[in-house]
Design a protein around this ligand. Structure first.
Ligand SMILES: Cc1cc2nc3c(=O)[nH]c(=O)nc-3n(C[C@H](O)[C@H](O)[C@H](O)COP(=O)(O)OP(=O)(O)OC[C@H]3O[C@@H](n4cnc5c(N)ncnc54)[C@H](O)[C@@H]3O)c2cc1C
Length: 184
């Protein structure tokens, strides 16, 4: 089965902009009532450690190949669907470019997986045949500074088209939730 990739904002620091302003103003012992302008000034100065006080959590559905790229980012927390403990009935793969022969190979892999599990092999061994396009779900929590970093890298022209599409979804949701931090 082909599934669409997705990114869903699960949680975010409440009143994030106000919190960032309060934290940043401690540095300058300043006062004011325009949180957005103050936070924009902080970002423009490259004083990005202030952005670490707020964080966001996303639930992401993507391929194992793309999730492997995501987890290379070390300054984040992850909880991912396990191919050791989850035994698949059907193999779901994520949308992308496939030839007929690739789809046939995935079907063959699915049959081998099912047969291995049916023959008594545990999922943690049968998984060796699963394709890299396999659908996975992963929950990712990171602070705003790190989300900005990941969005910058993963929407750049050299990135894989699937991860670009995923991080554009993430960027759009973060822009909706806290525009000033993510509108550049
Ligand atoms: C287009 C693209 C192609 C890629 N191709 C490959 C590839 O072919 N092979 C491959 O192995 N990887 C590849 N990567 C992964 C890449 O090398 C990084 O591992 C990944 O992007 C994580 O980002 P990051 O290094 O900025 O660190 P993150 O883990 O996101 O950390 C954020 C920042 O914290 C700082 N930081 C974190 N840890 C350290 C540390 N130990 N020492 C010093 N500073 C630290 C750095 O400033 C870093 O930028 C690719 C990434 C991209 C975007």
């Amino acid at each position: 089965m082909l599934v669409e990739q997705s990114a869903t904002l699960l949680a975010m620091t409440p009143h994030a902009l106000t919190l960032l302003e309060r934290a940043g103003r401690v540095c300058y012992q300043s006062e004011g009532d325009d949180a957005a302008s103050f936070v924009r000034m902080i970002i423009d100065r490259g004083h990005e450690s202030v952005l670490e006080h707020a964080s966001a959590t996303f639930s992401i559905v993507c391929s194992r190949g793309i999730s492997h790229e995501i987890v290379r980012h070390r300054l984040a927390s992850y909880s991912q669907e396990s191919t050791r403990y989850v035994k698949y009935g059907d193999i779901s793969i994520v949308e992308g470019q496939y030839t007929d022969k690739m789809l046939a190979a995935i079907k063959f892999a699915e049959e081998a997986y099912t047969e291995a599990c049916g023959g008594g092999l545990s999922a943690q061994w049968a998984r060796n045949v699963l394709p890299i396009g396999l659908k996975t779900q992963i929950v990712v929590t990171a602070n705003f500074r790190q989300w900005r970093h990941m969005i910058r890298l993963r929407t750049a022209s050299g990135a894989h088209p699937s991860i670009v599409a995923l991080f554009e979804m993430i960027r759009d949701q973060l822009q909706g939730a806290c525009k000033v931090v993510f509108d550049d």
